[in-house]
Design a protein. Sequence first.
Length: 491
Amino acid sequence: MKRALISAALALLGLAAGCTVGPRYSRPPAPVPAPDAWKTQPPWQQAAPKDSIPKGAWWQIFNDPALNAYEQQLLQANQSLVAARDRLDQARSLARVATADMFPQLSADPNALREHSGANRPLAGQAPPVLPYTQNVYTVPFSLSYEVDLFGRVRHNVEGANASLQSTAADLQNVQLVLTAELAADYFTLRELDAEFQVVQESVGYQQKGLDLVKNRHEGGIASGLEVAQQAALLDSTVSQLALVQQTRAQYEHAIAVLVGQPASGLSLPIAPLRATPPPVPLGVPSDVLERRPDISTAERLMAYQNAQVGIARSAFYPHITLSGSGGWQSRDLAPLLNAPSLFWSLGADALQPILEGGRNRANLAAARAAYDQSVANYRQSVLTAFQEVEDGISNLSTLSQALATQGAAVEDARRALAIANNRYIGGVTSYLDVINAQTTLLTSERLQTQLLGQQMVSSVYLVKALGGGWDATQIADQRVHPQAGQVLQP
């Protein structure tokens, strides 16, 4: 009998590799644009292949040492990133849990018992008289069980766990990309505010000179009190703008502090007006985005996970085969416990075949298939969103490049108009209102020029982010766990 059970077990193990039920996974087609080029043409010449986005440190493309230092602080201390790394460790451990079902499970339950049975107990087949007794029972039992994965339930479970692990690894990279892009965008916005503060401060300077001029002319009886009041009102308004720029800068400084893992009150960025220009960004072809975006890889791996769940639901229609055994030693006395006469054992096999489940298995399979179809739709939507973000980034940079060129001319025109208005006023040709209007126009034009440059840098950051920040899907390929022979001896 024992030999027959072992032979049957070996036969089942031999068949297990070829009887897996459930769909094989293959990545569904994605809505990739037909042409091998982007719809919008970038406002720069295409970068050479050697100028690709640096892997793992995409922000270095901006050649800003201060930004590089803050990004390194973020990688080390940002708590959202720390949490994402912990989620990856958790997913890796859960994948190892799934592989445990591929090995036999052995447990022991040593116990000791002292019991007394009375004389009035039921006979239970014993001939009278029934005598009371008190005895010790010492037992050292072992139980062994092994699920024969004939229809692939365990293998699908491991496959799904690995897909979930890779999805979490891609999500970690996406969290890092989002956070580092947010830091770079906040950093360039803060630098733009530094430049804007400088512009407003210069306006305060020449408006103060204008106020001194009209006051002197008023004291000499040449200018009216109205002109003095108008210039004073303009100066006060500009000083208020200066305070608002400082307030906005402080908020971005606090945001950067949190991103690099510091209290908002613990970080002060020195003032350094924005002087950068956006670098050419290597775009590649649209189909590259499928492999370069970590969020797309997250969605794709979730599809693989849901496909494995379909396989698990499918295997529920087939027999659940388990080999089991138990044995150990049992004795009334402790001294002979481990002797041969105290030995007991049993071997068995169980094949549980669902027959009537009230539609439970059918409903579970339908739910798994629906979840897979949902993951396919989410994947395709993430692809469409990625293409939209890249096209938006190129379009924004193209428009901002044109706007900056014309705005530079507008600033020069406004400076020339202010000089003419001042000369005409001093010459008595026009009223001081023309000077005030020229000062207002110059300040507005200079602030807009600075804001456009800041928007251009931020748009460059988000374009690099939309392209995946130099990441590619090969970086999660090794994020898998495999059953190891040593696991047999691990608790």
